[in-house]
Design a binder for this molecule. Structure first.
Ligand SMILES: Cc1cc2nc3c(=O)[nH]c(=O)nc-3n(C[C@H](O)[C@H](O)[C@H](O)COP(=O)(O)OP(=O)(O)OC[C@H]3O[C@@H](n4cnc5c(N)ncnc54)[C@H](O)[C@@H]3O)c2cc1C
Length: 437
């Protein structure tokens, strides 16, 4: 099977430069930026003054091809397996293999390390398109790319990049291990401890809710190296699956995204070499905050893709298949208004997602935008997937199609990578800062 990202590579540079030349002055907008325009906060160090404004969901040629190719791949290769994987609560290993073959596990990893060397939005597009068909496959790709790969690209030294990136790009799945039984929203109250040893570190503790754990070979683990410093002792380490003392204690049975593995992990005197420290000691909390800010855009993309997938599935049914009172049910105005409202909300969620992604790429502050995108996209996913079940009547409620699955899957958007309350808290905090005299 030809790799999607390999096929797109040569285009990526041409397309990006073409877009940069033709895009227009953001400067005028930015010049009048005041508190009132808080969602387009001041740019930092990137000069975008020569760019022409374009619709926020406009994709470069490479990104558009990524979208089309992933959509085709998901329809042809993943769609036939979605129902069975959900029922079995297992990810088909062949799907994981295909994701690597397609280059979808190293979207932003530079080519020198075996990745596709693409931009963040290309990863977002892939996550969205996968979720349209299966949000479980989508989150596998999302966590691996936006949390694990990004952490190593951003904070790993040259040696760490040489060691881990080629593996993560070509065959080893990664997990991001922050949450614990007693620390969820209050993530930095984590209790997992690390101690220095003669030639490295020893980790003890447990992690909970770890996505991809059944498939992963590499675990990015946050542990406290100096609890006397509180959260400033939190440090990031890389633990390989076969390290003695590391074990998967439990695989959760869940409401939704059931093919995505979610596990409890135990660390019992896990010895790792010095080289498995990621970045600097005591910087783990900063890394986690920064990575999760970006990662949230991925979850927002997952929820947007899910909403569109649920909507399209129902649209097919109401406008092609199901007749009542002598006409297609999608011809009743009562149905049409709901369907139009839902589509509008999906479009609004997409705009927030792409705005956040573009701001991140442009080096602008995007934290509030990412939080708003995740909050809103998960709300839209819940509403649309719920309505889609109703639009399909009994056929939406049975476990034959994907309607009820999308509805179950949608719930997770309001929980992981910061619950909706936590997103609201972030948004409010940033707004208050802007509006406090
Ligand atoms: C399927 C799944 C996959 C996951 N994958 C990962 C992963 O790969 N890696 C990882 O590290 N973690 C992962 N998580 C953990 C996830 O990030 C946490 O579940 C999430 O942060 C919420 O924590 P919690 O479940 O402990 O809920 P709690 O923190 O106990 O929250 C419960 C409720 O209290 C509310 N609440 C808490 N604090 C406040 C507050 N200050 N203000 C207002 N309301 C508040 C919350 O909004 C929520 O409604 C995953 C979770 C799930 C369910």
């Amino acid at each position: 099977m030809a790799s999607i990202t390999r096929a797109l590579r040569p285009l990526s540079r041409t397309a990006t430069s073409a877009r940069l030349i033709t895009r227009p002055p953001l400067s005028t907008r930015l010049a009048v930026s005041t508190h009132a325009f808080s969602t387009t906060s001041r740019r930092r160090d990137v000069d975008l003054s020569g760019l022409t404004p374009t619709p926020i969901t406009f994709l470069s040629e490479t990104e558009a091809l990524m979208s089309e190719s992933v959509s085709k791949f998901a329809q042809e290769q993943i769609s036939p397996k979605v129902r069975d994987m959900d029922e079995a609560e297992t990810m088909d290993p062949a799907v994981v293999e295909q994701l690597f073959e397609q280059g979808l596990m190293g979207v932003e990893i530079p080519e020198e390390y075996g990745g596709a060397g693409m931009n963040f939005t290309a990863a977002i597009v892939a996550i969205e398109e996968l979720a349209r068909v299966d949000p479980s496959v989508s989150v596998l790709v999302d966590v691996h790319n936006t949390l694990v790969n990004t952490s190593i690209m951003k904070y790993g030294d040259a040696q760490a990049k040489r060691t881990w990136l080629p593996k993560l790009a070509t065959g080893t799945v990664g997990s991001f291990c922050l949450s614990e039984p007693a620390s969820g929203s209050d993530a930095f109250a984590l209790k997992t401890k690390a101690e220095k040893t003669a030639d490295g570190y020893k980790i003890n503790g447990s992690k909970m809710w770890i996505t991809n754990a059944m498939e992963s070979g590499v675990f990015l683990v946050f542990a406290n190296l100096d609890p006397s410093k509180g959260y400033k002792g939190i440090t990031a380490f890389i633990v390989e699956k076969d390290t003695p003392g590391f074990s998967i204690a439990k695989k959760e049975k869940k409401l939704g995204i059931r093919a995505s593995s979610t596990c409890v992990l135990n660390f019992d005197d896990v010895l790792i070499p010095k080289s498995n420290l990621l970045g600097e000691e005591g910087q783990g909390y900063k890394y986690a905050i920064s990575i999760l800010n970006e990662g949230r855009i991925g979850i927002a993309a997952q929820m947007t893709g899910l909403a569109l997938g649920a909507w399209e599935n129902a649209a097919q049914y109401i406008w092609n298949d199901r007749r009542q009172f002598g006409q297609l049910i999608g011809e009743f105005q009562g149905m049409q208004h709901q369907v139009a409202q839902a589509y509008t909300e999906i479009a609004a969620a997409r705009a927030l997602v792409y705005n956040a992604a573009r701001k991140k790429e442009a080096g602008q502050d995007f934290v509030q935008d990412a939080a708003m995108a995740k909050l809103y996209a998960s709300q839209v996913a819940g509403r649309v997937a719920g309505s889609a079940v109703e639009w399909m009547g009994g056929m939406g409620f049975v476990r034959e199609g994907i309607a009820e699955k999308m509805f179950r899957d949608s719930k997770i958007g309001a929980i992981y990578e910061g619950t909706s309350n936590i997103q609201l808290q972030t948004i409010a905090k940033l707004l208050q800062k802007q509006y406090t005299r």
